[in-house]
Ligand binder design. Structure first.
Ligand SMILES: NC(=O)c1ccc[n+]([C@@H]2O[C@H](COP(=O)([O-])OP(=O)(O)OC[C@H]3O[C@@H](n4cnc5c(N)ncnc54)[C@H](O)[C@@H]3O)[C@@H](O)[C@H]2O)c1
Ligand SMILES: [Fe+2]
Length: 384
């Protein structure tokens, strides 16, 4: 039989309006004074106030930390911890995208233990526990609500990850109502990020397993079928719910069968050009798949029908080509730029990007095909 390990959050609560009933999860965890971690944009559009009001009406005293920046730097984590310590919070609750959820995860760990943030980077470096943790995504993208990972910007152009099962939350809460106002461009980028999680989990070299495979396939089907409507008719609740579910399932898949070269080549674009995470992935996705096809073609062929939306006939090569064409069409349909040139990347930077991508060995080892510096450069060149 297959031998594998699969971990996810112990409890997942899904339903429209569930973010207004977070007091129930807090009560179950014994939390009375949670640190509510979010970003200033979400406060400005009025998304957070109903959540904190509902908590207050249930007798809780949430402490608001609304200073999360996109691709959060270490400083943001430390500020959250400082506030949480000063206010003597007894739990951490994030309502936001991957940036807010990742800050909340690390704050929950740092508030409970005596390690420094520096000591947590890498795999399984976190000792001890964390405060009770509830994660509520407002983007349908990272799947961070069910991953053991937090990603932090550590320098001008670099990011580092903390990976520990302790960072899985006690509860992930999916409420599509929170995502109804997600702007079209953010919907498109974060949605493609989630699709990449599913595709890369399905072809992950070492830890791919029957659970991650099924999750990846179902996630990809939900995301590919709903992303266009989510972008062009954002108020559609059913479609938003499907996107949120798809992103979460993809998160469960890649939390156990990790992502690879698409993410490895995307990270330097975020670092050097501040291109958002999902768009960085989208820009290199077709070229990485073309590069991987000789090794991963059989698996890509299995995904073709799902993304194309009908049964694709022919050889594995033909099916893989149809998958890549369908992804290119999808990226165009959701109005994302198709090339690095359109995204204003300088052609003279491609060698530097390739050198940086080679630093992402943690991800590259999961790729179905070995990637050398020359390969990375030729993928960027193809994507230009
Ligand atoms: N922990 C993980 O497993 C994991 C996986 C992938 C990526 N990440 C990290 O997650 C971060 C990216 O997260 P993200 O893509 O969710 O974006 P984000 O959290 O950075 O948010 C992007 C923007 O969208 C806005 N926004 C979010 N929800 C909204 C809503 N409902 N309505 C209107 N505006 C909204 C935010 O205010 C922000 O301006 C990066 O730092 C990335 O490295 C983490
Ligand atoms: Fe991602």
């Amino acid at each position: 039989m297959d031998s594998f390990v699969f971990n996810t959050a112990p409890s997942i609560v899904s339903g429209c309006g569930s973010a207004l009933r977070l007091s129930e999860q807090c009560a179950a965890l014994g939390v009375k004074r949670p640190l509510l971690v979010t970003d200033p944009g979400l406060v400005a559009i009025g998304l957070i106030q109903p959540v904190s009001k509902a908590l207050a009406e249930a007798g809780l005293t949430p402490v608001l930390f609304d200073q999360v920046r996109e691709d959060p730097p270490e400083e943001t984590v430390l500020q959250a911890v400082q506030l949480g310590r000063a206010e003597e919070v007894d739990g951490v609750l994030a309502v936001g995208g991957g940036s807010s959820m990742d800050v909340a995860k690390l704050a929950a760990a740092l508030l409970a233990g005596n390690q420094s943030l520096q000591q947590l980077y890498g795999v399984d470096q976190l000792r001890g526990g964390r405060l009770p943790l509830i994660l509520v995504p407002t983007t349908a993208g990272t799947g961070s609500e069910v991953t053991p990972v937090a990603v932090i910007t550590t320098g001008e152009t670099t990011k580092a990850g903390v990976s520990s099962a302790t960072l899985l939350p006690d509860v992930a809460v999916l409420d599509a109502d929170l995502t109804l106002g997600l702007p079209p461009a953010v919907t498109a980028m974060t949605g493609v990020d989630a699709m990449v999680h599913a595709i890369e989990a399905y072809t992950s070299r070492h830890k791919k397993n029957p659970l991650s495979d099924n999750l990846a396939r179902r996630a990809l089907q939900l995301l590919a079928t709903n992303i266009r409507t989510a972008v062009h008719d954002g108020g559609n609740r059913e479609v938003r719910g499907n996107m949120l579910l798809g992103a979460m399932l993809a998160g469960q898949a890649f939390a156990n069968a990790p992502v690879a070269a698409v993410h490895a080549l995307a990270y330097p674009l975020g670092g050097h050009y501040h291109i958002p995470h999902g768009l960085s992935n989208s820009l290199v996705l077709p070229s990485v798949l073309e590069f991987n096809a000789p090794q991963a073609g059989g698996l890509y062929a299995e995904l073709a029908d799902i993304v194309v939306g009908r049964s694709v006939a022919g050889s594995n090569e033909a099916k893989t080509a149809a998958l890549i064409d369908a992804l290119r069409q999808l990226i165009d349909d959701v109005s994302l730029p198709a090339t690095l040139r359109e995204a204003k990347v300088a052609e003279s930077d491609l060698e530097m990007l390739a050198r940086d991508a080679m630093l992402q060995q943690r991800l590259l080892i999961n790729n179905p095909r070995d990637v050398s510096y020359e390969d990375a450069l030729s993928i960027y060149t193809a994507a230009y």
